[in-house]
Design a protein around this ligand. Structure first.
Ligand SMILES: Nc1ncnc2c1ncn2[C@@H]1O[C@H](COP(=O)(O)OP(=O)(O)OP(=O)(O)O)[C@@H](O)[C@H]1O
Length: 293
């Protein structure tokens, strides 16, 4: 019997407060080897807090986080060195030259020889430049090099492309996809550039006000998320199977997940496939209190 590979991340019942404010509320999910997971949510939804807890920078108030089967609170070096983290903004290290900082950080890991030429070519950084003299986008490229040079098999990225120009962003998304394939790496990435996430990620994790409201493979999202409208939405609602998930109710109908073609719905029901951005806007909008269940 072959042993099951350890899950890069396993989060259960994670709650994190700031004072009386609940930033994460009973969040549970796991990430399998080779999975690319998009973390989607509006500003303030809790994405960075979740990533902070996952990386061990923030403590959970309750719940547990395991990284490669080990508790994040006391993560052994062997498990930590399998992870890589790209923060939203890189600060500090201003007095290092680019090459010095790359060498310095790589010394913390075993088996890092020279940085991956493909990665360095993409980053296109002057090795002699001081970090403090880099532009915002160049600093972000450097943060990406630092997170990936030791070839982690679990890479976590918090809005990594926000300050990249469109060329660098497109090339980076290709590089990331290629990296994932070559290494069978797992990736968790948050970004507000939905088209990138839709293209790259095999799974979508929607967060709203600190809660996971939808966790689904991208393929299933496209196959089973529908907008259903009817002149009498109440009649439509009564015809829904019990396991159909209502993501948002509107005056004329519902955005649902779990739709199947064989459902018997009332005549005059209009079924449409929502555009990804429209679906995102609806799923992550604050609840208006009128979701019927
Ligand atoms: N140190 C802190 N003290 C108090 N509140 C905090 C702190 N850090 C985060 N929060 C609050 O927790 C909530 C979640 O913040 P978080 O940074 O996780 O959101 P986000 O989804 O990453 O947002 P963005 O897309 O803007 O980066 C916000 O309401 C934020 O104000």
């Amino acid at each position: 019997m072959t042993a099951q590979p350890l899950l890069p991340a396993q989060v259960s019942g994670l709650t994190r407060r700031f004072g009386s404010f609940i930033a994460l509320d009973n969040v549970s999910f796991s990430i399998a080897p080779g999975e690319t997971v998009a973390l989607l949510g509006r500003n303030g939804a809790g994405k960075s807090t979740l990533i902070g807890c996952l990386m061990g920078f923030l403590m959970a108030d309750s719940g547990s986080i395991k990284i490669f089967g080990e508790d994040v609170v006391d993560l052994p070096r062997s498990a930590r060195s399998r992870t890589g983290f790209v923060p939203q903004t890189m600060s500090g290290f201003g007095t290092f030259r680019v090459r010095q900082l790359i060498d310095y950080i790589s010394a913390f890991y075993e088996n890092v020889s020279d940085p991956d030429p493909q990665l360095m070519q993409w980053a296109d950084l002057d090795p002699n430049k001081y970090v403090r003299a880099l532009s915002g986008g160049q600093k972000q490229r450097l943060a990406i090099v630092l997170a990936m040079q030791h070839k982690p098999d679990f890479l976590v990225l918090d809005e990594p492309v926000a300050s990249l120009d469109p060329h660098a962003r497109r090339d980076f998304m290709n590089l990331l996809n290629d990296y994932r394939r070559r290494q069978n790496a797992s990736i968790l990435i948050s970004s507000h550039i939905l088209s990138d996430l839709e293209r790259l990620c095999s799974r979508l994790l929607f967060v709203r006000q600190g809660r996971v409201v939808l966790d689904t493979p991208t393929e299933i999202f496209h196959a089973e998320t529908r907008t259903l409208t009817h002149p009498d939405p109440q009649r439509l609602l009564e015809a829904f199977p019990a396991d159909l998930q209502i993501l948002m109710s509107r005056p004329d109908g519902f955005l649902v997940h779990g739709y199947r073609d064989h459902f018997a719905l009332p005549q005059e029901t209009l079924i449409s496939v929502p555009d990804f951005e429209d679906a995102f806007l609806e799923i992550t909008a604050p609840p208006s209190g009128d979701v019927p269940r």
